[in-house]
Design a protein around this ligand. Structure first.
Ligand code: ADP
Length: 385
């Protein structure tokens, strides 16, 4: 089963997208709907609220009087915490029940308005953010019947567009027509979400043909999301995680594959976190040469994972703290960044490697020569990881 996260500012069109995903076969777990469900008449949630806030939060028919509850619960932080302490665990429990009951192979879409605010984004292999500019959203909300000052107040209380962009693996632009956003959501589902689910199920990584593209300023943010995911999935076993390789060097053309190095204390730790990385979208690549030809004794061994998401090819190199290969991966971008001549030289080597039988192998001789030069530079400049 794949769980993806869906969010967007109020009025952006999140409900429209989640309805489209549902039509495509996704199971929608909607935070707003669940929060209402768990305090319906007859629930333990409503009983607990009455116990905490009194009978006068009820309407004559016994249903929750939301404004009355809000008046009491939003008085101060203590009352607010009391409310959250009752509702949040029930919502979490119900969410889990729904997730546990879906058939194998289902894609669950967790519709979470406050995905940024709750810090849950890194736990999803894919986060979809629906976006429209503020004025468009306000206009649409007014049309839906929300008073303007209310719409603006709610937007102010939510995360900023910039914060939402930072967690977005996919930014669905809903500036156009309703038909356009529905079409974009469908395409996303069939071209990216389903292949991602299948790749996670089978443990396949995405591979692309070697082709150099101009440096993309978005690579750093892509790498950061991968880093956040790896840290959330593997916890304290990850000593550090860094954006490395060509895509981390400003101004350098590169293959559109983001490299991230995950530093662990020992190769055994790399093996222990393999399952957690696979579950969050980065399956282990079995039998890479470096596993076989290198072991602990020469301290060049590593474990390699790849991305299951066809929309963001990536390599995750899991290496041991202090080993030469781990240090070199950190040194390499720093050295290239500081040495335009080396950068130009490397670009030539990459261009030539494109037509070689194996792109990675073809670059090896250059690396062998560059290694001592880079080490000498580190020595001379006092560079530290
Ligand atoms: P959210 O769930 O993100 O708060 P909705 O999907 O409910 O947003 O959309 C807000 C309002 O805008 C709804 O009334 C919806 O029908 C309308 N809407 C959504 N997308 C578009 C669009 N592309 N063009 C016009 N109206 C739209």
């Amino acid at each position: 089963m794949l769980r993806i996260g869906l969010t967007g500012g109020i009025g952006a069109g999140k409900s429209t997208v989640s309805a489209t995903f549902a039509e495509c076969g996704g199971v929608i777990v909607d935070g707003d709907v669940i929060s209402r469900e768990v305090v319906e008449p007859g629930t333990e949630g409503l009983a607990a609220l009455v116990e905490a806030f009194g009978e006068d939060i009820l309407q004559p028919d016994g249903a929750l009087n939301r404004p009355a509850l809000a008046a009491k619960a939003f008085q101060d932080d203590e009352q607010r915490a009391k409310l959250n302490g009752i509702v949040h665990p029930l919502v979490g429990k119900r969410r889990q029940e729904i997730i546990d009951s879906v058939p194998e192979g289902t894609v669950v879409v967790e519709d979470i308005p406050l995905l940024v605010e709750t810090g849950m984004a890194p736990f999803f292999p894919l986060v979809v953010v629906v976006w429209a500019d503020e004025e468009t959203r306000v206009t649409r909300l007014i049309k839906r019947g929300l008073p303007e000052h209310d719409a603006r107040a709610r937007m102010k209380a939510q995360a900023s567009d910039e914060q939402r962009r930072a967690i977005a693996d996919v930014l669905l632009d809903n500036s156009g027509t309703q038909e356009e956003i529905v079409e974009a959501a469908r395409r996303l589902w069939y071209e990216r979400v389903l292949p991602l689910a299948e790749n996670i199920r089978t443990g396949e990584r995405v591979r692309i043909a070697p082709r150099l593209v101009p440096h993309d300023p978005g690579w750093a943010a892509d790498a950061q999301r991968i880093i956040n995911r790896v840290k959330a999935a593997a916890g304290a076993k990850v000593l550090r995680a860094d954006h490395v390789g060509s895509t981390s060097v400003a101004g350098l053309d590169a293959k559109d594959v983001v490299d991230v190095q995950v530093t662990v204390a020992a190769l055994e730790d790399a093996d222990e976190i393999a399952g957690a990385l696979a579950a969050v979208g980065y399956p282990r690549v079995p039998h890479v040469d470096s596993d076989v030809s290198h072991d602990d004794s020469d301290r060049w061994g590593k474990r390699l994972h790849g991305a299951a998401d066809p929309g963001r090819p990536a390599n995750i190199h899991v290496r041991v703290d202090g080993w030469p290969n781990q240090r070199f991966a950190l040194l390499f971008p720093a050295w290239l960044g500081a040495n335009p001549a080396a950068r130009a030289d490397y670009l030539e080597v990459k261009r030539a490697a494109l037509t070689a039988p194996d792109y990675a192998d073809a670059k090896e001789p250059w690396f062998a020569e560059a290694y001592p030069t880079a080490l000498a530079w580190a020595e001379a400049t006092g560079w530290r990881p």
